[in-house]
Structures are given as structure tokens and as C-alpha cells.
Design a protein around this ligand. Structure first.
Ligand code: SDX
Length: 437
């Protein structure tokens, strides 16, 4: 279905409007979620802009991909609840669902997985690109650089007006992100790159490229690859978050898909967004022991202290993030599989979660653990270095970014994104020569 005229209108008057006439703006309804006030004609009719820094009350587009109900803690990918997909589906199938809108038949799934498998290798020249970085470069800097550079190698899929080009570029990005991520890790430790294997599934292949070496056989732990697959599902898409909005805005100018995804990676890197999983682990290590938690919770509540509890709060969820619940279960599964009985960071996280959820400040502000709260503990237990946590988030979110990017380009009402502003700077003044200043 498409947006429909709700039959309702928003009527208002402007106090400085001498005629006293009421303005009327149409309201549109979707299939679920709040109606929207269509303000596209507002400036033409009133000579006024809307003003909404951070876009807390602004819908930027119409989309059919992901639905979030923040009050109820609901997250749907193409209508399917995230917990059902995490329990019964797998990441390649969820990629197909996000890209095409329906769950695949067995034949469609096999064809899609084959298409992804045969795009997992990188152009051999790109190996030299890695060598230009310092060994201690943050892997997110490497991801931004290498993904942006893909447009220099894959000219045959940068005509964004051609649906075939768009889909080849989408497959290439989904397929190559694990390879690039694993290469960034191997490069950082001075170990040889491992080529992807066509006999492994997506999550298995990633763990293989991360931990195998050319000198011996490597068997991927099926419990860990299943956990990784589930984590990828949970991070795949999330409506119009900061990095997805970045990809849409970059794509609205007609930029090639590789450049747009590189912009999304850059936005995701911030600690308020995808960088939070790395920040959570650093915070738990800084807390160091459950006896120190109260002090940190007080810091988080102190208006004069910039410290925030990383992994807590969300712009949309004012209830539990449904992904955090699945991540917490996965955390216990992975620690049990690895025989890790007393993980101090988990003890701190569980105690911190309990204390915060009982604290009036967090209850009143509806601050709950989000998707990033437990992921760092799982990744650390799997031997993934902290600096690679957000890289894994980017690997998973690439399918969401490309699905939203395709939807934006296919939207007939799409035009270049160009917000306006409330100007409070100097009004017109004449230039003064340096001798008179
Ligand atoms: C992700 O958008 C998405 O969908 C993102 C994401 C996705 O999948 O793409 O879900 C992934 O980015 C999850 C969020 C990861 N970030 C963190 O965990 C960082 C810590 N959280 C905060 O920085 C914050 O909660 C945000 C950035 C997530 C949301 O910030 P908002 O919506 O701008 O809310 P806000 O800053 O206006 O906070 C509202 C109030 C403020 O207090 P008052 O000014 O009203 O007195 O709550 C307070 C804030 O100070 N607050 C916190 C807090 N988060 C909000 N206080 C202490 N600790 C926190 N974590």
C-alpha cells in the first residue's frame, strides 16, 4: 500500500497573519504508526519553514521496509517481528526479505545465496590499498576508505538509474563487507589475509576469514556462527536512523552506491550511534567492578557531567529494545558454549541494567538497554577486538542501507534532500577594508 490521504487536515493560523485566515495542510496515513502532516506546501503558503533539529518529529520519507513502535518495543522487517526472524530465519534470508519485500522460496533463497557467495572476493588490487594504512588505524577508518574506493573498481555497477546496476552493486556491497572487515582485522595484527570460501555460509565465512590461517585447517564453531548470524539479523535495518538517513541523503544527489555506503559507515561510527557497542565495553571496563556502578549511574544523571550510560536510551524506543532481549539471551548462549563461567563484564552489565531500571531517573526518562548494551560482551567472548565491534555493526547494516537506498531511488517523488535553516547570524553589512578595522 502507499500513503493515503487520511481525510483529516491540520488547520492552523499564524498570529501575525492579518487576514486571520486559517491554513490547511493535508494529513497522510500509512499502514501503521502515526499519521503525518504533509508540510511540503507550507513554505509556499506561509513563507515559514518547520524547525526540528535532530528530526525528533519529522518523517523524511515513505518506506515499506522496517517499522518500529517505540512505545511497545516492536520492530518489524517487512512486517515480520524481529524475534521471530532471529529465532527461525537466517541472515541471507533476511537480506532477501529486506531487499525484495518477501521471504524467498527455497529456489529464490538458493539463487540469492549463490549470488552473494560469488561476489565475496575483492579485486586483487585492493590488497595494496590496505597496505597504505598504518597497522594501528582504527578499522572503521579502513572500512570508510576501502568501501568508498570500491567505486574505483566496479564502474560496471554505478549507473544508479539502471535497476540491474543497482542490484549488482547491492549484492557486491553485502557480499564484500565481511571480506573487507576480516581483512581490516588481519592487517591490524600483521597476519595474512584469508580468501573467502564458497562452501561456507555468510556468518561461517566471516568467522573463517577472521580466525583461520593458511598453515592449518580451521573448523568454524557452529554455535558461534549461529550466534553471529543472529546478531547480523538483529542489526540489519532500523528505519531512518542517523546512518541510514546519511545514505539516503548522499544517494539523493545521485552519488554512486559505494560512496553512499561509505558515508553511512562514517555516520555509524559515532558513539551516539553504532560506535556505542565499543563505548559500552570501554565503559564496563572503566567501571571495573559492580561496587563502582552507583558512582557511574550518578555521573550519568548529573546534568553537568557529559557522561552517559552507553548502551542505554534510544530516540525511538521508550520501552525495551526488542533486539536487546535477544542479544542478552545470545550473550548467555555464547558464554556457555565457550565455557566462560565468570565473565566480570557480564556481572557488571547485569548489575548495571538492574540498578538503572530501578532508578527513577531512568524510569522517568524511559531509558532502557538498547541493541548495543550486550553486543560488546558477546564479541569480546568471541575474541573480536573492541575496535572491530562497530565494523560488525556496519557489516550487518549494509543490507538495510542498500535496501533503503534502492527504495529511495525507486520512489517517484524522490528529489535531492536539501533542508533549510533558522538563520540567526549577522544581517547584511558592508565590507570594511583592513586599514579601517
Ligand atoms: C543505536 O536510531 C537508531 O535506530 C539507532 C540504532 C540503530 O539500530 O540504527 O538503534 C542503533 O544507535 C542505538 C543507540 C546507541 N547509543 C548509545 O547507547 C549512546 C547512549 N545513548 C544516548 O546518547 C541517547 O540515549 C541516544 C543518542 C541513543 C538518544 O538520544 P536522544 O533521543 O537525542 O535523547 P536525548 O539525548 O534528548 O535524551 C533524553 C534525556 C536527556 O535528558 P534531559 O535533557 O531530558 O534532562 O535522557 C537523557 C538525556 O540527558 N539520556 C541519558 C541517556 N540517554 C538519554 N542520560 C544518561 N545516559 C544515557 N544513555
Amino acid at each position: 500500500m502507499n500513503a493515503t490521504d487520511s481525510g483529516k487536515n491540520a488547520t492552523f493560523t499564524l498570529t501575525d497573519n492579518r487576514s486571520g485566515d486559517a491554513y490547511e495542510l493535508p494529513m497522510l496515513s500509512g499502514s501503521d504508526g502515526p499519521d503525518v502532516i504533509d508540510v511540503r506546501k507550507l513554505y509556499a503558503e506561509t513563507d515559514c519553514f518547520t524547525y526540528d533539529p535532530g528530526y525528533t518529529s519529522t518523517g523524511s520519507c515513505e518506506s515499506k521496509i522496517t517499522f518500529i513502535d517505540g512505545e511497545k518495543g516492536v520492530l518489524l522487517y517487512r512486517g515480520y517481528p524481529i524475534d521471530q526472524l532471529a529465532d527461525h530465519s537466517d541472515f541471507p534470508e533476511v537480506c532477501y526479505l529486506l531487499l525484495y519485500g518477501e521471504l524467498p522460496s527455497p529456489e529464490e533463497k538458493a539463487k540469492f545465496e549463490n549470488g552473494i557467495t560469488y561476489h565475496t572476493m575483492l579485486h586483487e588490487q585492493l590488497i595494496y590499498f590496505f597496505r597504505g594504512f598504518r597497522r594501528d588505524a582504527h578499522p572503521m577508518a579502513v572500512m570508510c576508505g576501502v568501501v568508498g574506493a570500491l567505486s574505483a573498481f566496479y564502474h560496471d555497477s554505478t549507473d544508479i538509474t539502471d535497476p540491474k546496476h543497482r542490484m549488482i552493486a547491492s549484492y557486491r556491497l553485502i557480499a564484500k563487507m565481511p571480506t573487507i572487515a576480516a581483512m581490516a582485522y588481519k592487517f591490524s595484527i600483521g597476519a595474512p589475509f584469508m580468501y573467502p570460501r564458497n562452501d561456507l555460509n555468510y556468518a561461517e565465512n566471516f568467522l573463517y576469514m577472521m580466525y583461520a590461517n593458511p598453515c592449518e585447517e580451521y573448523e568454524v564453531n557452529p554455535v558461534l556462527s549461529k550466534a553471529m548470524d543472529r546478531i547480523l539479523i538483529l542489526h540489519a535495518d532500523h528505519e531512518q536512523n542517523a546512518s541510514t538517513s546519511t545514505v539516503r541523503l548522499a544517494g539523493s544527489s545521485g552519488a554512486n552506491p559505494f560512496a553512499c555506503i561509505s558515508a553511512g559507515i562514517a555516520s555509524l561510527w559515532g558513539p551516539a550511534h553504532g560506535g556505542a557497542n565499543e563505548a559500552v565495553l570501554n565503559m564496563l571496563e572503566e567501571i571495573g567492578h559492580p561496587k563502582n556502578i552507583a558512582k557511574f549511574v550518578e555521573k550519568a544523571k548529573d546534568k553537568d557531567d557529559p557522561f552517559r550510560l552507553m548502551g542505554f536510551g534510544h530516540r525511538v524506543y521508550k520501552n525495551f529494545d526488542p533486539r536487546a532481549k535477544v542479544m542478552r539471551e545470545t550473550c548467555h548462549e555464547v558464554l556457555n558454549e565457550l565455557g566462560i563461567k565468570d565473565e566480570p563484564l557480564l556481572d557488571i552489565a547485569v548489575a548495571l541494567e538492574r540498578l538503572a531500571l530501578e532508578d527513577d531517573y531512568f524510569v522517568e526518562k524511559k531509558l532502557y538497554p538498547n541493541v548495543d548494551f550486550y553486543s560488546g560482551i558477546i564479541f569480546k567472548a568471541m575474541g573480536i577486538p573492541t575496535s572491530l565491534f562497530t565494523v560488525l555493526f556496519a557489516v550487518a547494516r549494509t543490507v538495510g542501507w542498500v535496501a533503503q537506498w534502492n527504495e529511495m531511488i525507486e520512489d517517484p517523488s524522490q528529489k535531492i534532500g536539501r533542508p533549510r535553516q533558522l538563520y540567526t547570524g549577522e544581517t547584511t553589512r558592508d565590507f570594511i577594508g583592513v586599514g579601517e578595522r
